[in-house]
Unconditional design. Structure first.
Lengths: 295, 296
């Protein structure tokens, strides 16, 4: 067996792959957080719970209605996104004039409720979700075995992230969005319905989280706690990247996933903490984050 | 309040009241930071947990007497407060909350893996020992009044801090930071001091708790604990003096009576959060103070 730096290549590339997968989810979630924060000025603590909701939505669609993976991939984000719209209209809307911290506290409370309800119903253990038939199996690349489904997750996350970047940075709709982030009152004065835009933005960010959840379902098990610890890592990712730039969120997400994977190979004890350590270092050197604007 | 807590063991189970006092001190320490400094820390569990572990380890493995063990635990939280404070204070508002949460999660993973904490089991059967060599803490009554003294001392220190010139500057920073800067105050320095003081007092609460329950476990270092202390303070009233005590009393009582319902406790906590933020932002004591038109 060949080795690189004294580590078998199989293990190295295996962890690299897992790192890229985790990175896909970090990127999808931190992207959603950044988009929501940009327009609503709220850190969406419910994001982890909404990711979990996406996975459970797919699980329930499969087991109660017999709806498969492909339909779930479209339906779950729509359902969870619609739920997000309801939350924004009923609750978040009242908080925009207050200190940002109240948004954080409210969404934290919502996350507790959602997680509590599912823990009550399904316990803490995970539920299995099968890999769709079309993507079962894998390819032997010579230096490693690549399961098809994992390749699919990485590719689709990349496409979705880049599409989001394209829409926000390169289209007219995106330019409205960026303008409203800078100065909502002025944009409203130009006749654009800013409140509706805010609602849809929140719905979209939440849908991204749910989309991540559906894709994660066959890889990790579907469990009520799956989003809770992930969201804290994503917060660290957001602090490292800075929320100013969409591309920054994507790059930081994937990059940190890979670093985490490599840590598992070379120094497994630190694999849980490496992202937080990087965050501490970044705070010392560049407090605004790698891609954040210094204010 | 002193009279209520001093006489409480006659009517209520003393161990329950000791738990309330430990959490009340924890919440008061937290409130010093958010209510008067305007900084929301989402990682205060790291101070509670750290002090608990160090105290338990010092008392059990190193054989420290209880007063020195508590001191060691409190000091470790002070050190942790200095280190994390230097990092977290570099960002404001929402970022501050996320950074403290992430740092606390890092500390949590450290305790999960470090051998001296015994992972999921925690440090069990911590000896209570004899305070100053002659006060036997194994008796419930002496333990109760020792906790009462610690709690009142911590509470008075916070009360004194809030009403000192230092506390007034903190309030000024919370209300209008640019103005405080223009008046010549080094606001970062003030915030850092408030953070470290809050961390140390949270540590005192954690250290005392470890001696009372003879246990230091991962629960105290987990992010749910950080969320709980936010909830206690929010429910009691941010920036009020008695609010965190009342909040701790309500939340601990609720947990005690709902404990057999499992996940419903989490749901109830979430619902209280949502209701507080949407309709009840002053909290219980804050609303009463508003009715009486004087600060409590």
């Amino acid at each position: 067996m060949t080795e690189i730096f004294g580590v078998p290549t199989q293990a190295l590339f295996g962890q690299l792959l897992i790192g890229l997968i985790n990175g896909s989810f970090y990127a999808l979630l931190s992207l959603g957080l950044a988009v929501i924060f940009g327009l609503l000025n709220i850190i969406n603590f419910t994001h982890g719970a909404q990711y979990m909701l996406g996975a459970f939505c797919a699980f329930l669609l499969l087991n109660k209605l017999g709806v498969g993976y492909w339909w779930s991939l479209a339906a779950a984000p729509l359902i969870v996104g619609a739920l997000g719209v309801v939350i924004e209209r009923l609750m978040l809307k009242h908080l925009y004039k207050l200190d940002h911290l109240y948004g954080l506290l409210l969404t934290f409370g919502l996350a507790l409720i959602i997680q509590g309800v599912f823990r009550n119903e399904y316990g803490s253990s995970g539920q299995p979700y099968p890999i769709p038939q079309e993507l079962a199996g894998g390819h032997n690349l010579g230096f490693m075995f690549l399961p098809n489904y994992r390749a699919w997750v990485i590719a689709v996350s990349l496409v979705v992230c880049l599409a989001t970047w394209f829409v926000i940075e390169r289209t007219k709709l995106g330019s409205y969005l960026r303008a409203a982030t800078e100065n909502p009152a002025l944009v409203q004065a130009f006749g654009i319905n800013v409140p509706r835009m805010i609602t849809l933005t929140y719905g979209f960010g939440v849908a991204l989280a749910a989309f991540g959840g559906v894709m994660a379902a066959p890889i990790y098990q579907v469990s009520p706690q799956m989003g809770a610890d992930l969201i804290i890592v994503v917060f660290a990712v957001v602090v490292i990247g800075g929320m100013g730039s969409i591309m920054g969120s994507i790059l930081t997400g994937f990059g940190l996933g890979v670093i985490e994977g490599l840590t598992k190979v070379f120094y497994p004890e630190a694999s849980n903490t490496v992202i937080f350590i990087i965050m501490a270092i970044v705070l010392l050197i560049r407090p605004a984050g790698l891609f954040g604007a210094q204010k | 309040m002193l009279a209520i807590f001093a006489l409480a063991p006659l009517v209520v189970y003393p161990v329950f009241m000791m738990k309330v006092m430990c959490f009340a001190l924890f919440a008061c320490a937290f409130n010093l930071l958010i209510g008067f400094g305007g900084l929301l820390s989402f990682g205060h569990a790291m101070f509670l947990g750290t002090a608990g572990y160090i105290t338990a380890h010092a008392a059990k493995v190193w054989g420290f007497p209880p007063e020195l063990a508590i001191l060691a635990g409190t000091f470790s939280s002070f050190v942790l407060g200095v280190v994390t404070g230097l990092l977290a204070i570099r960002r404001q508002g929402i970022y501050f909350a996320m950074i403290t949460l992430a740092l606390a999660q890092m500390i949590y993973f450290f305790y999960l893996q470090a051998p001296f904490t015994h992972g999921e089991d925690g440090i069990q059967a911590v000896p209570r020992g004899r305070l100053f060599g002659f006060i036997d803490l194994t008796s419930i009554t002496t333990m109760y009044y020792t906790v009462l003294v610690v709690f009142i001392a911590g509470f008075l220190l916070i009360w004194r801090t809030i009403h000192s010139p230092f506390g007034q500057v903190l309030k000024a920073i919370r209300e209008n930071e640019p103005r405080a800067i223009s008046l010549g105050y080094d606001t970062t320095h003030y915030k850092f001091q408030a953070y470290v003081l809050s961390a140390t007092l949270a540590g005192l609460a954690g250290a005392t708790k470890a001696i009372v329950f003879q246990l230091a476990s991962l629960t105290d270092a987990h992010w749910t604990m950080s969320g709980e202390v936010v909830l206690m303070t929010l429910l009691g009233g941010l920036g009020t003096i008695f609010g965190p005590v009342v909040g701790a009393l309500i939340i601990i009582t609720m947990e005690n009576y709902l404990a057999h319902l499992g996940a419903w406790v989490t749901i109830a906590q979430g619902v209280i959060f949502v209701i507080c933020v949407l309709t009840f932002r002053r909290g219980v004591i804050g609303e009463i103070a508003n009715l009486l038109k004087k600060p409590l």
